[in-house]
Design a protein. Structure first.
Length: 341
């Protein structure tokens, strides 16, 4: 099997050596170069032609985000950001990074071992398969029904590439959109920053969900990252979210399948399910459960996915009724709302 060629860009010598030695222990990965700043990275890209690159946000001589903005138009390359808890990571994703990993606490040995032996290698392998430059931004003119609320629910799930995909969809939602619940695979802490960022950019209200939050029309609730699963429930005729600690499902917490299964049970034919870009199959079975319960379902098409994994599995098992390009999904949701009971 051909090894994945990795370029490491990290200014800390100790952390850089830690990354190199441990990534090279993975037989699927080969660190072809390790450099300290974007200028050295530019030369290494031309010399070694890596398949994927790790990139820190804070770097000497030029910041990681500025480097991304200069790099992507000239040399599109899958990039995984390594970031401390900062909303700058979303600027990096908007600039073209495929994914990110949270930088571990250097005093926590277990956290470091998980990061270097599992989390980062998995992200690099996924990123190396990503199709860079697929997604083009567009402004939609969606036909909107006068009242899209009234007991209806929109549920969205995504993983790799999903932060930008979700943003493109939700930015087209108006205040007439039904209550919307979202699972995006993301570490603890980052979901709150992501929700705040979307809230500043969108017409709808966006917030990180809290246990017991009601699901209102014109509002988007994003499941918190960490060790809890989010489900839709109905109490006294009102939709709410139930968030409680639980095991990972399909390797994820929160899991799209868990959310979609609950939407199928609680909302049935009053729901629209949307599955976006991401590796693996999380959400496919849940979307099928939604369709069997009478919900209308949408899957992002291959041509606009960063990683055509989750939507493909959903499509292959018959969970997807409508396959759409990313820039058409919000418009399709509005169109389908006229068909929801």
């Amino acid at each position: 099997m051909k090894q994945i060629r990795v370029l490491v860009v990290e200014d800390s010598l100790v952390f850089r050596e830690l990354l190199v030695s441990n990534l090279n222990n993975d037989p699927a990965l080969n660190v072809v170069a390790a450099v300290r700043d974007p200028y050295e990275a530019r030369d290494a890209i031309l010399a070694y032609e890596p398949d994927v690159m790790t990139l820190d946000i804070e770097l000497p001589r030029m910041g990681g985000i500025e480097f991304l903005r200069k790099l992507m138009p000239q040399y599109p390359l899958p990039v995984v950001m390594i970031s401390s808890l900062s909303d700058k990571v979303f600027d990096a994703l908007a600039a073209g990074a495929v994914d990110f990993v949270a930088k571990p606490n250097t005093s926590d040995r277990a956290q470091i071992e998980n990061f270097i032996n599992s989390e980062l290698p998995v992200k690099l392998k996924i990123a190396s398969t990503a199709k860079i430059g697929n997604i083009k931004k567009s402004i939609l003119t969606a036909e909107r029904p006068g009242d899209a609320g009234g007991g209806k629910i929109v549920a969205i799930g995504a993983s790799t590439g999903g932060t930008e995909a979700i943003a493109e969809v939700v930015k087209e939602f108006g205040t007439d959109i039904p209550g919307t619940v979202i699972v995006q695979h993301m570490p603890a802490g980052f979901t709150e920053m992501y929700a705040r960022r979307l809230n500043d950019q969108c017409r709808v209200k966006v917030k990180e969900a809290r246990n017991g939050d009601r699901v209102h029309g014109g509002e988007v609730l994003i499941a918190p990252g960490g060790d809890a699963q989010m489900r839709l429930i109905k109490a006294n005729g009102v939709y709410q979210v139930d968030i409680r600690k639980g095991p990972k499902v399909n390797g994820h917490c929160p899991s799209v399948d868990v959310l979609f299964d609950s939407v199928a049970s609680v909302a049935g034919a009053n729901a629209i399910g949307v599955i976006l870009t991401g590796m693996g199959g999380d959400g496919a079975k849940g979307l099928l459960a939604m369709r069997k319960a009478g919900a209308l379902t949408i899957g992002q098409d291959e041509s606009t996915c960063i990683v055509y994994g989750m939507p493909k599995v959903a499509h292959d098992i018959g969970a997807v009724q409508y396959q759409e390009k990313l820039h058409d999904i919000a418009k399709k949701v509005y169109h389908l709302l006229g068909k929801v009971k």
